[in-house]
Design a protein around this ligand. Structure first.
Ligand code: HEC
Ligand code: HEC
Ligand code: HEC
Length: 447
């Protein structure tokens, strides 16, 4: 071998180690329970009350009733229903960087739904992401979380879906770009990222913690939105629950960090937020989180919500620099921070369209739900969720007051101006959202 070749090979090998090791580390994140430590056991070996299935008060209910609870807790309706459409009839579009994907019809219709699927077909799809005909499914269907579900719980879901009237609804064809339209490639994805292992309880933790772990990870799959993803689109559990972006909305840090996470919230505040989509002094749920509350969390037993809180309390803290501790009161107009570029227009819009509900102090005189002081969104330096709240509005269940959508009323520049005004006035640090940023958010949140 010539000296030149030796040098090239030597440098190549060194580069492979230097680049390869961190890349492998990045590409192969640990599982959802890697933070726990300690021993876990199979359900059969676990001595405590069962952490799986339905809450105690439903244990003797019919299979269909148990299935209903589990289906709602697993939030299957959110993705398999279009706005205003029949639940579970599919057709909802998922815009990914790799193209557009539509959720299928999962009602019992024999031709356009899953009416011919057996228990075994269904369990394989939910655990492994493989359809009845052997087609590989994209992980937009979060089967890496659902693979933690017991077979019995998945069968209960099927029993419930099959108890509903079948709906004839053809699923629109996907428009994925090459090479992502090659479904067989998902076999590699599953090989690396879906271990296809059922939940194993931790005997050293309390029964409530174990129930919370099952509900949070296997059923509610909170990490699907709140955990960042790596380059392979797998959950980066080293930054578990540290926050991610869904359809432009920031799904905030829900680790125990006191400033940027929910470490400073009381248990009751977290419970109230999850059950009702709002908690006094900390703001409310808009966008995708409002939907999770509506179709899933608000229908769950309080014992399960409390168990989730017990589990969430043990998630390691991660700090997000763009999410400072919420500020306790509004800044005055003369404050230096209030002199951002589009400030005058921002104030005008606020005065014309917002102040009647939100007040100059940020403390609403109409309803505590419209109080902006203390809300994460106005303390988020990106202001994305503020702009999205303005564009899309926020529906609150009756008899609550809803926030109207201003999508048609204001230009991108005006939405940016009012968002920057709102964060500067009511938040810890003013944002610098541009009209171009708003144009992107507008496209991502197109109804
Ligand atoms: C985050 C969104 C999301 C959630 C939540 C979700 N799904 Fe899906 N599901 C999808 C998408 C998207 C597809 C289509 C994937 C593809 O085309 O590769 C899919 C595919 C499926 C399929 C395959 C159907 C077929 O005809 O091939 C079944 C079955 C299914 N989901 C059942 C469920 C059940 C049961 C739940 C709740 C436990 C659920 N899904 C929750 C998004 C979701
Ligand atoms: C008709 C009353 C009404 C008007 C007008 C209105 N809002 Fe709202 N807004 C609400 C309510 C009610 C909520 C609380 C929704 C919830 O509980 O999640 C809300 C929520 C918000 C939030 C989210 C707060 C959080 O908890 O994260 C922001 C930001 C916001 N509004 C900004 C604005 C801006 C800016 C305008 C003017 C362009 C405006 N609102 C106009 C009623 C209104
Ligand atoms: C479909 C995506 C999605 C799922 C699933 C989801 N979230 Fe969220 N979550 C969000 C978004 C987006 C926000 C921000 C809402 C806003 O600002 O109006 C949010 C906000 C929150 C907040 C408020 C944080 C703050 O600082 O204000 C908490 C707490 C929360 N989620 C907990 C959970 C838990 C627990 C689960 C599982 C049961 C969960 N979320 C599942 C998208 C999601």
């Amino acid at each position: 071998m010539t000296r030149r070749w030796k040098i090239i090979l030597g440098v190549g090998a060194a580069a492979a180690v230097v680049i390869g090791a961190p890349l492998t580390w990045h590409m192969l994140p640990p599982g959802p329970f890697s933070f726990v430590g300690g021993r876990n056991v199979s359900l059969a070996e676990y001595g405590g009350p069962s952490p799986v299935g339905v809450p105690a008060q439903l244990r003797n209910a019919s299979l269909v009733e148990r299935g209903k609870y589990i289906t709602e807790a697993a939030d299957c309706a959110a993705c398999h229903t279009t706005t205003g459409g029949t639940p579970y009839a599919g057709g909802r579009a998922f815009r990914t960087p790799f193209g557009t994907l539509y959720s299928p019809n999962i009602t019992a219709d024999k031709e356009t739904g899953i009416g011919t699927w057996t228990d075994a077909d269904f369990v394989r799809a939910v655990h492994q992401g493989i359809a009845k005909d052997g087609t590989r499914l994209y992980p937009a269907f979060p089967y890496e979380s659902y693979s933690l579900l017991t077979d019995d719980d998945v069968k209960a879901i099927r029993a419930y879906l099959f108890s509903l009237p079948p709906v004839r609804a053809e699923t629109p064809a996907n428009a994925m770009k090459f090479p992502f339209n090659q479904r067989s490639l998902m076999a590699f994805w599953s090989f690396f990222y879906n271990p296809d292992k059922r939940f194993r309880p931790y005997p050293d933790r309390s029964p409530e913690w174990n129930r919370g772990a099952y509900v949070t990870e296997a059923l509610a799959h909170c990490g699907d939105c709140h955990t960042p993803r790596n380059l392979g689109q797998a959950l980066d559990n080293r930054n578990k629950f540290a926050g991610f972006v869904v359809d432009g909305w920031n799904a905030y840090n829900i680790t125990q960090d006191r400033d940027s996470g929910i470490g400073a919230w009381t248990d009751d505040q977290i419970v109230e937020y999850l059950k009702t989509g709002h908690t006094v002094g900390r703001g409310g749920a808009g966008g995708p989180m409002a939907e999770v509350v509506e179709v899933s969390l608000s229908r769950m037993a309080e014992s399960d919500i409390r168990a989730m809180v017990t589990y969430l309390r043990t998630i390691p803290s991660v700090r997000t620099p763009d999410l400072p501790a919420p500020k306790a009161e509004a800044a005055s107009d003369s404050h230096r921070k209030m002199t951002g570029t589009s400030d005058a227009r921002g104030k005008q819009v606020f005065q014309g369209a917002c102040v009647s509900c939100h007040g100059w102090s940020g403390n609403s005189l109409l309803t505590p739900e419209a109080t902006l002081i203390g809300a994460r969104s106005v303390n988020d330096i990106s202001a994305a969720n503020v702009a999205l709240a303005v564009l899309s509005g926020i529906e609150r269940p009756a008899p609550g007051l809803s926030m109207p959508s201003f999508r048609r009323a204001y230009t991108d520049a005006e939405v940016a101006a009012v968002a920057n005004y709102v964060t500067a006035r009511f938040g810890a640090k003013g944002s610098a959202l541009t009209a171009k940023d708003v144009a992107e958010l507008r496209a991502q949140s197109e109804p």
